[in-house]
Unconditional design. Structure first.
Length: 164
């Protein structure tokens, strides 16, 4: 989203999945840090990781992202880097950037995701040409819960954008 706002010449289209311009959230770093600290790393087995992450497609998806090392499963990212990357999200919103985006935009949301309905409504009001869709029976991890739906939606969007 920020690249689309700062360098419109680089993008022919933008897709946001379970994301928006939000607002300052001073607790986001502590929340994500606490969630990551709760991971029992290393996970003793892939099955244990799947169960920890809630089972099903979401659990499988998260477990697939672990790195096997020393007999256990470890995250492929650094916890502190992940938390630090959220610094700007903790401090401000990105509404100015959102309203300056000129390329075709698709917003994909999980039916029970983390982007609140009032934020989605404001996004559509501020950029009336934006298309938003909700994936039924999906939460924040749309890419893990329904990868086939997301893939089809992305393919359709890219085909529409390429025609322009």
């Amino acid at each position: 989203m920020l690249i689309a706002a700062a360098h419109p010449e680089l993008l022919g289209g933008l897709v946001l999945v379970e994301a928006g311009p939000g607002g300052p959230n001073p607790t986001v770093q502590a929340e994500i840090g606490a969630a990551l600290d709760a991971w029992p790393t290393p996970f003793p087995s892939r099955r244990a990781a799947v169960e920890f992450f809630g089972g099903g497609a979401v659990g499988e998806g998260w477990a697939a992202g672990l790195e096997e090392r020393g007999g256990g499963g470890w995250p492929r990212f650094d916890r502190d880097v992940m938390v630090e990357a959220l610094t700007e999200n903790a401090r401000r919103s990105f509404w100015d950037e959102w309203t300056s985006i000129a390329c075709p935009t698709l917003v994909v949301l999980g039916q029970s995701g983390i982007v609140p309905p009032h934020e989605t409504e404001a996004m559509l009001q501020r950029r009336p040409g934006v298309v938003a869709m909700s994936v039924p029976a999906a939460g924040h991890d749309v890419h893990l819960e329904h990868p086939e739906i997301l893939c089809q939606v992305l393919q359709d969007f890219l085909e529409r954008v390429a025609v322009r």
